[in-house]
Ligand binder design. Structure first.
Ligand SMILES: Nc1ncnc2c1ncn2[C@@H]1O[C@H](COP(=O)(O)OP(=O)(O)OP(=O)(O)O)[C@@H](O)[C@H]1O
Ligand SMILES: CC(=O)N[C@H]1[C@@H]2OC[C@@H](O2)[C@@H](O)[C@@H]1O[C@H](C)C(=O)O
Length: 374
């Protein structure tokens, strides 16, 4: 008999995230009852090979067909390799890889079959986290905010603060930790801020065959073109009130606006666009947060962090400053959300995704011989 999930008390779960940067899969173990964070466990990472990354890139923006099938195979293989080595967890939160996201049109697509993973790994898998939210009128993203609320409680925050994730796309969560639960009105406000690292990655890939601008060294040599930044910020997305979300390639045309600039100026401009999008997003928050805590790879870019510090009216620092792991926060989030889904708790609400009522998405797939609840 496979291990079952208790109805109450802490569960050891492992979450995975294959993000929009397409660099690889993160996994992180978390012990939680679906409300409180009890403790953080081991983390691991499996990078995509160059060939795998190309397969994923080819499938971006597609909803079905052979490219999507090939990407699905890559995603499942990478997760099976990574998760096969994680013995300690009783439940898996499998985000999969987003290939396309158009919540008010075709929907949202995260590939990788959680039912297959459950069979092969012989453990329950929670997956397809976003589609119920979309079906109920939500954006389906961002979903990390309920975990951000738990993080704020965990670090003992007593004043409103913000979590800013800078991956391929940026997203911000304003948290008021004085509220009793994430669904309490006023506890959370969340939305995507705009493109983050995806445009600069794509630019440097195309021009120099680089995966990204390590430590912002190229951008540091250049000057951001403020005119391009201002034109970009006139896009209706930035003035729209949250909740709102983006597909990775929604602003892929930004590359044309920096086509005439040198590599250094183009990189500096794209990074300035990311910072300006965050500053613009901050206007939608009820008040300036006491502190902005940054997660995701963008916090390693000193040029971007400096631009953000200049643009925001409050202190900003990597989440490591409060003892959290900025490379693994999203994987931890999906471990947390998996436990909430398994226990029938909501994972989104009107102020995080715009869904009409607090909603618990996600599908739980059990391996053939597991008893669902102990
Ligand atoms: N040392 C560094 N210097 C500059 N940029 C960096 C550095 N390390 C990581 N990055 C940037 O961060 C990106 C990876 O960020 P992250 O892993 O948070 O993305 P993701 O989880 O795939 O995206 P998302 O959160 O949008 O799903 C890299 O592609 C790169 O652009
Ligand atoms: C559709 C989708 O996969 N969105 C991702 C993406 O990457 C960052 C941003 O856009 C965020 O909205 C979301 O991921 C994080 C983990 C979230 O759901 O909170």
């Amino acid at each position: 008999m496979s291990r079952a999930i208790a109805k109450t008390g802490p569960v050891t779960a492992v979450g995975t995230m294959s993000g929009t940067s397409l660099d690889g899969v993160d996994s992180a173990v978390l012990v939680t009852d679906g409300h409180r964070i009890e403790s953080f466990g081991p983390t691991s990472y499996r990078s995509y090979t160059d060939i795998e990354e190309r397969v994923l890139r080819r499938a971006l923006g597609k909803w079905s067909g052979t490219d999507v099938d090939a990407a699905t195979e890559v995603v499942e293989r990478a997760h099976l390799e990574l998760l096969g080595a994680v013995e300690a967890a009783d439940l898996i939160g499998f985000h999969g890889q987003t290939l396309a996201h158009a919540p008010r049109a075709q929907g949202t697509l995260q590939v990788g079959d959680g039912a297959r993973l459950a069979e092969v790994l012989n453990r329950p898998v929670v997956w397809d986290f976003r589609s119920t939210d979309v079906a109920l009128g939500g954006e389906g993203a961002p979903l990390a905010p309920f975990f951000h609320f738990a993080c704020a409680k965990h670090i003992g925050a007593d004043a409103p603060l913000a979590f800013l994730n800078l991956g391929g796309v940026g997203n911000l969560t304003y948290v008021d930790p004085r509220c009793g639960s994430p669904e309490t009105p006023g506890a959370l406000l969340a939305f995507d801020t705009g493109p983050a690292n995806a445009p600069v990655n794509d630019l440097l890939q195309a021009r120099r065959g680089l995966k990204y601008d390590k430590d912002g060294r190229i951008a540091a040599e250049g000057t951001g073109d403020q005119r391009v930044v201002e034109v970009f910020l006139a896009e209706p997305f930035f003035s729209r009130s949250p909740p709102k979300s983006l597909d990775r390639n929604d602003f892929a045309n930004v590359s044309q606006q920096v086509a005439d600039l040198s590599d250094a100026d183009a990189a500096a401009t794209l990074i300035a666009i990311c910072a300006a999008g965050v500053a613009e997003g901050m206007r939608h928050c009820p008040a300036p947060p006491s502190h902005v805590l940054v997660t995701g790879g963008g916090r390693h870019n000193p040029v971007l962090m400096r631009m953000l510090a200049d643009a925001l009216e409050c202190p900003i620092s990597p989440v490591e400053q409060v003892g959290l792991d900025g490379d693994m926060l999203e994987a931890q989030a999906f471990a947390y959300l998996a436990v909430r889904v398994a226990r029938g708790l909501p994972t989104s609400c009107p102020t995080t995704t715009g869904v009409s009522i607090a909603t618990g998405g996600g599908t739980v797939s059990w391996p053939a011989e597991t008893e669902a609840l102990a």
